[in-house]
Design a binder for this molecule. Structure first.
Ligand code: G6P
Length: 367
C-alpha cells in the first residue's frame, strides 16, 4: 500500500497528505507521561540526567530538523547544543565537551557522511550515541547504541516531507525526556505532551490550505529567485522551505534569518523576487513585522504565512496566507506543511520531475 501512489499524482503529494497519520504513528505509545519518557531507551534512559551538551549531526532536510531541535534543547532542557552538517563535522578537528550526547538524524540511516561521522564519533569520548531514524534495520540504527525511531513509513519522493515532520515530533519527545530528566516539572511536562497530542489534527488543518496554495503557486512559476524569512525556530523552517523549492522546482531559493536582511539580502529585493515569510504570533513577531516593512519599502512582494493573532492583513505588496492557530511548541512542524505544498505546486506547474528531481538521489550512500 505504501509503495503505491493511489489517488495521488505524485508520491510527494501522497506523502505530504500522509503526515497526520505518520505523526500519529510516531507519537503512539509515547505520550503517556513521565513514565513513558523515562522508558524511552529502557534502562539507558537514566543517562539523560547526565547530559551536559548535545551534538547533532545530519545532512539535508534532516539537518534542518536538527536546527529546530537546537532551539528547543537550549530553551527547554537548558543544555548547550551544537548542530552541524555531517560532511563538515567529519573532516574538522573538534572539541568534545564533557558528557556530550551525540545525536544523528537521518531518514534512511544510510547517508554516507552521517554514518562516517557516527563511526568517527564512536572512537571519541561521548556520553552515548543516539540515532533518530526512519529505518529500523539501517546501518545507522545498527551502529548506534540508542535509537529513537520515526514511523513515517517508506518515503519514495526524493524531497523529504513526512520524514521531516516525524523527525521533529520525535525530537520534541527527546527534548521533553531530556528536560524532564533535568528537572522540568510534571505540570509543565503534561502541558507540553497535551500540545503534542494535538499535532496530527493541526497538520490536518494546515493541509486544508492546499487549494489556496495551488493558486498561490502561479505567482512563483516565472520567478528565478525566492527568499524565505523566519526568526527563531522559524528560521530552520524557512531553510527547509527554500530547500524544498530549489530541489523540485529548480528555482533558486535562499533562506535568511529575518534579522540579517539588512546585512545583505535587502540589496536583492525587487518585484521579481518573491519573499516568503513565516510569521506566527510569537515573541519575535513584532521584530519580524519591522523586517517585513523593510522588504515592502523596497518594492518587494511578500507572501506571509501567519495566524489570526499575528494581525496581519492583505495589502499592496503583501499577501497573507491564513494558518490555523498553533501552540508555540508545534509551530515549526505545522508551518512546514504549507511550504511543502507550495514547492510541490510550483514544481508541477513548471513541469519538473517532482518525485525524481534531476541530479538528486533519495539516499546519498557514497561520498
Ligand atoms: C538526500 C535526500 C534528502 C535528505 C538527505 C539526507 O539529499 O535527497 O531528502 O534530506 O539526503 O538523507 P537522510 O536519509 O540521511 O535523512
Amino acid at each position: 500500500e505504501d509503495a503505491e501512489k493511489g489517488e495521488y499524482r505524485h508520491f510527494m503529494l501522497k506523502e505530504i497528505f500522509e503526515q497526520p497519520l505518520a505523526l500519529q504513528r510516531t507519537l503512539e505509545g509515547r505520550l503517556g507521561g513521565a513514565e513513558d519518557l523515562a522508558q524511552m531507551f529502557g534502562e539507558r534512559t537514566a543517562m539523560l540526567r547526565d547530559v551536559q551538551c548535545v551534538q547533532i549531526i545530519a545532512c539535508g532536510t534532516s539537518y534542518h530538523a536538527g536546527a529546530v531541535a537546537r532551539y528547543w534543547i537550549e530553551a527547554l532542557a537548558g543544555v548547550p547544543c551544537q548542530v552541524e552538517v555531517a560532511s563538515e563535522f567529519r573532516y574538522r578537528a573538534h572539541v568534545v565537551p564533557e558528557k556530550t550526547l551525540f545525536v544523528t538524524i537521518s531518514q534512511s540511516g544510510e547517508t554516507a557522511d552521517t554514518l562516517a561521522a557516527l563511526r568517527a564519533a564512536t572512537h571519541a569520548h561521548y556520553l552515548a550515541h543516539l540515532a533518530v531514524c526512519n529505518v529500523p534495520s539501517s546501518s545507522l540504527v545498527r551502529e548506534s547504541e540508542l535509537a529513537l525511531l520515526t514511523r513515517a513509513g517508506p518515503e519514495i519522493g526524493v524531497a523529504s516531507t513526512k520524514a521531516f515532520t516525524t523527525q521533529l515530533a520525535a525530537l520534541r519527545l527527546l527534548v521533553l525526556a531530556l528536560a524532564h530528566a533535568r528537572g522540568l516539572g510534571e505540570a509543565a511536562l503534561s502541558q507540553h505532551l497535551e500540545e503534542l497530542r494535538q499535532l496530527p489534527n493541526l497538520v490536518e488543518k494546515a493541509l486544508q490550505m492546499d487549494a489556496a496554495i495551488q493558486t498561490l503557486a502561479e505567482d512563483f512559476v516565472e520567478k528565478q529567485h525566492t527568499l524565505f524569512l523566519g526568526r527563531g525556530t522559524q528560521y530552520p523552517v524557512a531553510m527547509e522551505g527554500a530547500l524544498k523549492l530549489k530541489e523540485i522546482s529548480y528555482i533558486h531559493a535562499e533562506a535568511y534569518p529575518a534579522g540579517e536582511l539588512k546585512h545583505g539580502p535587502l540589496a536583492l529585493v525587487d518585484k521579481d523576487m518573491p519573499v516568503v515569510a513565516v510569521a506566527p504570533r510569537d515573541d519575535l513577531l513584532e521584530k519580524l513585522k519591522s523586517n517585513l516593512q523593510e522588504v515592502r519599502a523596497r518594492g518587494g512582494e511578500l507572501y506571509v504565512f501567519a495566524d489570526q493573532q499575528a494581525e496581519l492583513q492583505d495589502e499592496a505588496g503583501m499577501r497573507v496566507l491564513a494558518m490555523p492557530t498553533v501552540p508555540e511548541s508545534l509551530i515549526p512542524i505545522v508551518y512546514s506543511v504549507p511550504l511543502q505544498l507550495l514547492s510541490y505546486h510550483v514544481a508541477v506547474l513548471r513541469g519538473t520531475d517532482v518525485d525524481q528531481p534531476r541530479n538528486l538521489a533519495k539516499s546519498v550512500t557514497v561520498e
